[in-house]
Write a protein that binds this ligand. Structure first.
Ligand SMILES: [Zn+2]
Length: 612
């Protein structure tokens, strides 16, 4: 199922077996570097050859290696066009480090890719499709390369060592067989693999007593992305994958030339042939990052028939190549991983909410009991307090009207927040559809015609509602965002606050992550309820102060945001608020796997009905 990381990342290997795998892996690598390599070339001589490399030729080889790293994310971006280069590069570096250092690290790398790209808002279906497609294309190119090398050799009139010749014929037939297999697989994939997955998912849903998923099945979404990428961007996928492999070859060639392996002794077509063959062998995961396999394979193939002195140069070139394309990226990936964690940890410290002039701050009382709260935490210019009578947690001091207007009025507020990239927009769409599903279930039987959203930002949710046939309208505190939304949707977007709106009779009123921002949630909710007819639906989402992350992280909780989140509700607080304004709870969703609340481990979606 593409919605979850592959089982290989979570399946536990028994500790005993893991130790055996580790010992065998270490043994193979030791055999390669202390047994086979010294038989091909003496290390002291190899080291002397490396020391003789000129700065310029070293820079050329390093540039090819850097280019190779920069080309690495492009195939993934061909599958997910909304993916940003920086995100793709750091996810790739981190997963490469895992694959290069841990036995069976390839699966860990795939898991890391899911986690990192998922955090940036990409869906499981997207990530699964990119992992599957880049994998297939990688292996296609690996199989094409030996054919290309054979062609190159024929064209440049170079005689290949018999070993390479024989291997190439085998490889080509393997390639043809594999392409045939891919074609057969493509036609049976749907019936043999994906249909049973969908049936299984449907069966589990029935077992759990959940209604059938009204949208596309998981495998349909996965297939849709694959079909889109293969159908419209297969050339881009092919070219970027080919460019990646060829830049790696260029780095090998540059490293060999840097240490003084002349074209007269080892022709570029021979380098390509050896490279292709070793690349194909390294597709089989023998050691992490094929450590030892590539060094011995390349040196053995390239040095055959050369004098001992020349063989040492070849070994030096291969080791330089591996230093630039294996060791450096592995360390870089580890550094990127550590740096990301650092900057995240730094971002969680209190005091990162900006500095505000004293005239933009005010003290506040509990909206329900109208009394001042007891101090719980100092948070820079703000403080979290608890109502001594009802226990409601809130900020005091907090930003006053002018302060909030200055904060939300700026266009950067939305651009820097949830709308910062297309990936985040993808998650927004998932939420919109999931929440509309929840609303549709709640309005069962009664007509659903008009929907009003309070705090509609740029109108992404209203757009989804419009697509489902609702007549939509909205309200937005920020004039900038309201202007964008009304232009986009061609409907009325009021600017201001909900308490100023006239009584109306919409079927649904929705406000996503708004109620924790407003100065008086009870007045806000009462005003929102005045916008719907009797029997109408109120739908909202907000952070959950009784979530595990809020309890554990306390002042470091990422959703605390004291400049924006004035009220912090537990489920009990919200239920009391519903009672305060006479609403009946229909459903409260805090499961982070439900589409309407996807990946939101510390938030909930609440649907309630206005009594008839
Ligand atoms: Zn109170």
């Amino acid at each position: 199922m593409p919605e979850a990381p592959p089982a290989t990342t979570t399946r536990r290997t028994p500790p005993g077996r893991r130790v055996i795998v580790g010992v065998i892996t270490a043994g193979l690598i030791a055999l390669a570097f202390f047994g086979l390599m010294p038989a091909l070339a003496d290390y002291p001589d190899v080291w002397r050859a490396i020391q003789g490399v000129s700065v310029f030729s070293l820079l050329v080889a390093a540039a090819a290696a850097v280019l190779n790293q920069l080309l690495g994310p492009l195939p993934t971006m061909a599958v997910i066009p909304q993916l940003r280069f920086g995100h793709a590069l750091s996810a790739r570096l981190a997963s490469t480090t895992a694959a290069n250092t841990i036995p069976g690290g390839g699966a860990v790398g795939v898991g890391l890719t899911y986690v990192m790209l998922g955090r940036w808002g990409h869906t499981g279906a997207e990530i699964g499709a990119s992992v599957a497609l880049t994998g297939i294309w990688n292996n296609l190119v690996r199989m094409l390369l030996p054919t290309g090398a054979l062609l190159a050799a024929a064209l440049s009139g170079i005689e290949m060592p018999s070993l390479v010749d024989g291997a190439l014929i085998g490889v080509m037939s393997l390639g043809v067989a594999s392409i045939a297999m891919v074609i057969v697989l493509r036609s049976t994939l749907k019936d043999r693999v994906l249909r049973p997955i969908d049936r299984f998912v449907a069966w589990v849903r029935r077992l759990l007593g959940k209604p059938a998923d009204p949208g596309d099945s998981p495998s349909q979404r996965f297939l849709g992305i694959i079909g889109d990428a293969v159908g419209t961007r297969w050339q881009r996928l092919m070219l970027t994958t080919l460019a990646y492999h060829l830049s790696l070859y260029a780095a090998l060639l540059a490293a060999l030339r840097a240490v003084g392996v002349d074209p007269g002794e080892v022709h570029w077509a021979e380098v390509l042939a050896a490279f292709s063959l070793v690349r194909l062998i390294s597709a089989i995961p023998i050691t992490p990052g094929a450590l030892g396999v590539i060094e011995v394979g390349l040196t053995g193939l390239l040095a055959s028939g050369l004098t001992e002195t020349k063989a040492e140069l070849v070994a030096a070139g291969v080791l330089l190549f591996r230093f630039l394309t294996y060791a450096v990226p592995t360390v870089a990936g580890a550094v990127v991983g550590v740096a990301r964690n650092r900057s995240k940890a730094k971002g969680m410290r209190p005091g990162r909410w900006g500095e505000y002039p004293a005239e933009q701050l005010q003290n506040a009382v509990c909206f329900r009991c109208r009394v001042r709260g007891d101090l719980r935490w100092h948070l820079g210019q703000f403080a979290l307090v608890d109502c001594p009578q009802c226990g409601q947690a809130f900020m005091s001091p907090r930003l006053n009207h002018d302060g909030r207007l200055a904060l939300y009025g700026a266009a950067e507020y939305f651009d820097a927040g949830v709308y910062r990239n297309d990936g985040a927009k993808g998650l927004q769409r998932t939420w919109a559809e999931g929440r509309l599903d929840l609303i549709d279930h709640a309005v069962d039987g009664s007509p659903r015609e008009s929907l009003f959203e309070v705090g509609c930002a740029y109108g992404m949710f209203l757009e989804a509602a419009q697509a489902r046939g609702y007549r939509v309208a909205g309200l937005e505190f920020s004039p900038v965002a309201a202007g964008v939304a009304s232009q986009r949707l061609g409907c009325t977007i009021h600017v201001g606050e909900v308490v100023d709106l006239a009584v109306s009779n919409h079927d649904v009123v929705a406000f996503w992550d708004v109620i924790e921002h407003v100065p008086d949630p009870k007045a806000f909710l009462e005003a929102a309820v005045r916008l719907i007819r009797p029997g109408g639906i109120v739908a909202l989402s907000c952070p959950r102060f009784d979530s595990l992350s809020a309890r554990l992280l306390r002042t470091r909780w990422w959703t605390l945001k004291p400049h924006k989140h004035i009220w912090h509700f537990t489920r009990a607080d919200l239920r009391r608020l519903l009672t305060d304004v006479g609403l009946a709870e229909v459903r409260m969703v805090r499961n982070p796997f439900v589409a309407g609340n996807r990946w939101r481990i510390d938030s909930l979606v609440l649907v309630a009905r206005k009594p008839v």
